[in-house]
Design a protein around this ligand. Structure first.
Ligand code: MTE
Ligand code: MO
Length: 384
């Protein structure tokens, strides 16, 4: 069994698939802490977790004029400045189960918790590429940076993905070769000893157990770059889909969801009010500037309070423009509407480009069930 050396996992995780291991935390745990504890951080593996010996680990950097560069874990830690970035990771398939209710899609049936937030520390990819010979002349022929994982299937094919070269080398891109998560060494499930963290970019490009970096004229040729993680029209089906016709997902759209109360919860009339909590995040470093919450299916709205730490009520000052990599947690307490027996609680977020979420799922349905970001709705009963 290639999965026999997979690590132990926290029993509270909701398992989507055991081999490979895919799981998400109960949603209310997400809004309990601004920085998600690694035990609860969602886990998305396509293959068995590889066992990597940190002492003999070598990262290969290829495709630059200086020839190939090999870096040990020690090299990464000592030859390059260490940066820490708080960044949210979200799987392209987060909230796929809502698309499944419209019409069957192919993929793991994620709820709303295939998203989590951590602080990541490591070397900047930019610094490593500069050390490997990157210069302005490279941008004349290269356009992509490919990553290969050390996890592989039975045929020896490893997980792979790529990002645009300009994201990789931009000073403001904050792309890390991370060896720490929340101040501790990376857990096995999250890419020990080194993973790429591409802030603002879909989870799939944040390659874990990083073995190789290739600067290239071409995108990664991997299945996951070419024939997966792309969006299509609701009218496109498996007979008509042409994966070459759509770009690979990189930055993700605006997103928010309600972590509590849960769908189907009951509140007592005597409580007189209800507290609603959730998360909001946008891709590409766009900052969430507002979250609107409705208790009546979208007829009337309240503005939620946004939170960027666990300390107090107030949000910290905004990050520099275009570098809002982390989610905001939000919360609103509102009176129970006097006539209603049932609440339809809805949330929608707005980012600083004034991007907003679509109000319903159906017009965004796609055969792989990715990019699911409609207004999130939960129904709650009021007990008299
Ligand atoms: N990297 C490798 N090597 N193998 C993988 O299966 N899965 C990707 C990405 N990096 C994957 C990988 C996907 S699709 C996602 S959403 C994120 O890792 C999930 O990261 P996490 O498990 O740390 O939450
Ligand atoms: Mo993913």
């Amino acid at each position: 069994d290639p999965y026999s050396s997979d690590p132990e996992r926290h029993p509270v995780l909701r398992i989507n698939s055991l081999k490979p291991f895919n799981a998400e935390p109960p949603p209310e745990i997400l809004s309990d802490s601004y920085i998600t504890p690694p035990a609860f951080f969602f886990k998305r593996n396509h293959l068995p977790v590889p066992q990597v010996d940190p002492a003999s680990y070598q990262l290969h950097v290829e495709g630059l004029p200086g020839g190939s560069l090999m870096l040990s874990l020690q090299d990464l830690k000592t030859r390059f400045p260490k940066y820490t970035v708080t960044a949210t990771l979200q799987c392209a398939g987060n909230r796929r189960s809502e698309m499944n209710k419209v019409k069957q899609v192919k993929g793991l049936n994620w709820g709303i918790a295939a998203i989590s937030n951590a602080t990541w520390s490591g070397a900047k990819l930019r610094d490593v590429l500069l050390a490997a010979g990157y210069g302005p002349n490279v941008a004349q022929w290269a356009q992509h940076v490919q990553f290969e994982g050390l996890d592989a299937d039975v045929t020896g094919t490893s997980y792979g993905a790529s990002i645009p070269l300009n994201k990789a080398v931009s000073e403001d891109g904050d792309v890390l070769l991370a060896y720490e998560m929340n101040g501790e060494e990376l857990p096995a499930d999250h890419g020990f000893p080194v993973r790429v963290v591409v802030p603002g970019t879909v989870g799939a490009r944040n390659v874990k157990w990083l073995g190789k970096i290739i600067v290239s004229a071409d995108e990664s040729g991997s299945h996951w770059q070419q024939n997966d993680y792309k969006g299509f029209s609701p009218g496109t089906d498996w007979d008509t889909v042409d994966f070459k016709s759509a770009p690979a997902i990189q930055e993700l759209p605006i997103q928010s969801a309600i972590t509590t109360p849960a769908d189907g919860a009951v509140v007592d009339r005597s409580e007189e009010e209800v507290t609603v909590k959730g998360y909001a995040w946008s891709g590409g470093g766009r900052e969430v500037v507002r979250v609107d919450v409705s208790l009546d299916g979208g007829k009337t709205w309240h503005v939620a309070r946004l939170r960027t730490n666990d300390k107090g009520q107030a949000a910290e000052p905004s990050p520099p423009p275009g570098r809002a990599w982390a989610w905001k947690l939000w919360e609103v307490t509102a009176p129970l509407p006097t006539e209603a027996q049932e609440l339809e609680i809805v949330c929608k977020a707005v980012d600083n480009s004034y991007n907003m979420q679509p109000d319903t799922v159906a017009p965004t349905w796609n055969l792989r069930g990715v990019l699911s970001n409609a207004w999130h709705r939960v129904k709650v009963t009021i007990r008299e």
